[in-house]
Unconditional design. Structure first.
Length: 180
């Protein structure tokens, strides 16, 4: 793409080539970055990283020394055992497991449980607008008195959504063609 020969009007040097979608691509990228979900995700990652560091320090500096004091070991993080000249450091693994369990418990009890309760409180049950015909099992409007598919006469619904039981007719009534 070439621009006009007058560089003062175009704002570019004569003969310069530019990607035609360059400005649009940058605007799209900026719009993507400024979306609320992406910013919220970035904040959540930063706070989560800081929270994990705090819980790791709590486990390594307070909880595991308490467990080590009960077990009689002065440094719980350096617990190890040896088999055939191979050393297994299981103290740091126990620290990692405790850190994971504490983070998981905090996330569950402070985020998941309140969110489930809030969602349940705000969600209302939608009222049914359709029902199934008892004869042909097609979906019909709830207020219908006759099925639009098989023309079966339907019993009216009571308050709980089930059909009211009515006494069966003494004789079958059919609409017959008028006799001439």
């Amino acid at each position: 793409m070439r621009f006009p020969d007058n560089p003062a009007k175009s704002g570019r040097v004569a003969g310069q080539q530019v990607h035609p979608q360059g400005v649009a691509s940058m605007k799209g990228f900026i719009a993507f970055i400024n979306k609320g979900n992406l910013i919220s995700l970035a904040i959540a990652i930063v706070i989560g990283t800081a929270f994990t560091a705090m819980v790791t320090a709590l486990v390594a500096d307070i909880i595991t020394p308490l467990i080590a004091a009960i077990a009689g070991k002065p440094n719980f993080g350096n617990l190890k055992f040896t088999i055939h000249n191979s050393t297994f450091l299981y103290g740091s693994f126990v620290n990692a497991v405790l850190t994971f369990l504490i983070v998981a418990a905090v996330v569950y009890y402070l985020i998941v449980t309140p969110q489930v309760k809030l969602t349940a409180r705000l969600t209302k049950k939608a009222e049914a607008t359709t029902r199934d015909c008892p004869e042909c099992l097609q979906t019909i409007p709830i207020a219908a008195h006759r099925c639009m598919f098989c023309t079966t006469e339907l019993a009216p619904l009571n308050g709980n959504g089930s059909a009211q039981q009515s006494a069966p007719p003494s004789s079958a009534r059919h609409r017959a063609a008028p006799q001439q």
